[in-house]
Design a protein around this ligand. Structure first.
Ligand code: AMP
Length: 565
């Protein structure tokens, strides 16, 4: 693990992509076969592969307790160190270094031992047991190695390494075509498995396997109809942007499984969709959204919320808030009933949609549990504006504008799909600090400071502060969460664990030195809590810059935007 941590530092120390790739390629090529997948997965800043459902389940308090016991430091030491760097791993290293902590002569934990320790922490019951296991691991680690362990564990690698770069490094390490590595990466959804296939020259063996969720294709925010048509057009496909729960459906024979956006199995929560998808004459994988739906009408998201997180919904709730599955894509399909399906990811959307429409699906209008997304083709700015207005009239959030020639890129926020919503774009941010409010909110933590991610450095950079627009009940619940996840306090202000994703609406983006991002928002407001969205998917500084540049198109754009409100 020490060598891994040195490599991570070397990668962080250079901004040149070619140097990062060369360092990684040399390292990956030098590893023993069983170490390679572990090192590769850790390099994505995760203790387990992304498609693995396990999470380590140890938060700030468990982790800080373990570190403080190893260091013999006082309770506030880690919080103070975090305030210096805003980086958990650097704070851990500083506290251990100040305490003069050194690993025992028996040696530091290896990559494989670290992997096993993560698995043991994950399966341990209770915060105390988990913290004890982590403490034992950290006792054997130098401050630098401990920092690396914490980085991987907390998913905060921050070494400026994107998965694309790791794929390039694998291609170089084992002298394989980059396209073949990328393709395998798309199908396995597991960089460790991809690494093994690259090493063994078996990239062509990568297969799309049913009941192994793939990452979802994501959309980039876009506002201006003219810009969208210029970018994707002239002919673009528009679909309504539904406000439900994103869901990947896998099915074969009587076996049906549903996966959420963070790749968790949520089949138990929606038994009527599972039931409705049984016994169809095809095997495959669909992408779509779960919506609450009764008597021909889509119910508001607020109603669907009653179904969230209920593993075994009662007959009463099933009757009150029935759901359907609206499909918009097919990622792989087979007419025979094999577990390996033919991937359609690289086929153009036109072909995938045709395949989707050809499938037998029991439709909601006939009493089934399925529908297809509302799709239209437009080829002008006016056409797009009109489609937007129509989608809004159907009470949907806005549009998903898709390039009909585009492939499906799992896990990528590409430009093949653009989302056009509300009057002005919103951005997804993570809350990094909270304060008690004023007036009737003086007893609760209702003022949030939020950040986007600077992809170049991996750092979270603040962009604004807003009074929460949430309900009193939501604020009370969030207050409890923030109290339990406070890292340090500074008078009224608390630095909190960067875990809560919020969708922030605003009027204008401005350049400003007030926040670390170099931007500020005019009239920011918290539009929604986004518990469905992993922190890894918040918007980036690059997106903010693009929106800023787009919004500089002039007053005309803003007038159009306002008039639509
Ligand atoms: P957002 O959650 O704001 O990042 O917007 C992207 C999300 O819109 C996707 O993750 C989907 O859950 C959702 N969505 C709604 N309708 C569609 C559609 N027709 N095609 C693709 N994504 C859609």
């Amino acid at each position: 693990m020490r060598r891994w941590s040195e490599i991570a530092e070397q990668v962080a120390a250079t901004t040149k992509t070619s140097e990062k790739t060369a360092i990684l390629a040399g390292y990956l090529a030098s590893l023993a076969p069983e170490e390679l997948p572990v090192a590769a997965v850790f390099l994505t800043g995760r203790p387990f592969p992304e498609t693995d459902q396990r999470t380590i389940g140890i938060g700030w308090s468990g982790m800080s307790g373990a570190v403080l016991r190893v260091a013999g430091a006082d309770a506030g030491a880690l919080g103070r160190a975090y305030d210096e760097s805003s980086d958990v791993a650097l704070a851990v290293a500083a506290v251990l270094r100040d305490a003069g902590h050194a690993p025992p002569p028996a040696g530091e934990p290896t990559l494989l031992e670290t992997r096993d320790a993560f698995a043991a922490i994950e399966s341990a019951q209770g915060a105390g047991a988990k913290a004890e296991l982590l403490e034992a691991l950290l006792r054997r680690a130098s401050p630098a190695t401990a920092a690396a362990i914490v980085k991987v564990m907390s998913g905060e690698l921050r070494i400026g390494l994107r998965e694309g770069l790791l794929e390039a490094a694998l291609a170089k390490a084992f002298d394989r075509p980059l396209d073949a590595v990328k393709r395998a990466g798309m199908l396995t959804g597991d960089i460790g498995r991809t690494a093994v296939l690259a090493r063994e020259d078996r990239l062509d063996d990568a297969a799309m396997t049913l009941f192994h969720p793939l990452k979802f294709m994501l959309a980039s925010p876009a506002e201006d109809a003219a810009e969208i048509v210029r970018r994707l057009g002239p002919t673009v496909w528009v679909e309504d942007k539904y406000d439900g729960i994103r869901c990947q459906l896998h099915r074969r024979g009587d076996e049906v499984r549903l996966y959420s956006r963070d790749l968790n199995d949520i089949s138990g929560q929606f038994p009527e969709v599972v039931e409705g998808a049984r016994g169809l004459p095809w095997a495959g994988i669909l992408d779509g959204e779960i919506l609450a739906y009764r008597d021909g009408v889509v119910l508001p998201f607020l109603q669907l919320q009653a179904r969230l997180g209920r593993k075994n919904p009662s007959a009463k709730i099933l009757a009150e808030v029935p759901v359907i599955y609206v499909a918009w894509d097919v990622l792989g399909m087979d007419r025979d009933q094999d577990t390996v399906v033919t991937p359609l990811l690289e086929r153009p959307l036109t072909e995938r949609r045709a395949a989707l429409e050809a499938l037998t699906l029991p439709m909601a209008e006939d009493g089934g549990r399925f529908a297809l997304s509302h799709l239209a083709s437009v080829d002008s700015v006016d056409g797009l504006e009109a489609a937007f207005a129509e989608a809004r009239a159907r009470r949907n959030e806005g549009l998903l504008v898709k390039d009909p020639t585009s492939g499906y890129s799992p896990g990528r926020r590409g430009l093949g799909w653009l989302k056009m919503k509300k009057a002005l774009a919103t951005i997804d941010c993570v809350v990094v600090g909270v304060e008690v409010g004023h007036g009737k909110r003086h007893g609760v933590l209702s003022d949030y400071t939020f950040a986007v991610r600077d992809e170049a450095s991996g750092q979270l950079v603040t962009i604004g502060k807003a009074y929460s627009g949430l309900t009193d009940a939501e604020i009370a619940e969030m207050t409890r969460w923030f109290e339990a996840h406070t890292i340090s306090r500074h008078g009224r202000y608390r630095v909190v664990e960067p875990e809560v994703v919020v969708e922030v609406a605003f009027d204008v983006i401005m350049r400003s030195s007030r926040h670390k991002s170099g931007f500020a928002l005019r009239f920011p407001r918290i539009a929604n809590l986004r518990p469905d969205k992993p922190v890894g998917e918040i918007d980036t500084l690059a997106t903010v810059t693009r929106l800023y540049e787009g919004l500089q198109l002039g007053a005309e754009h803003l007038v159009t935007a306002r008039a639509r409100q």
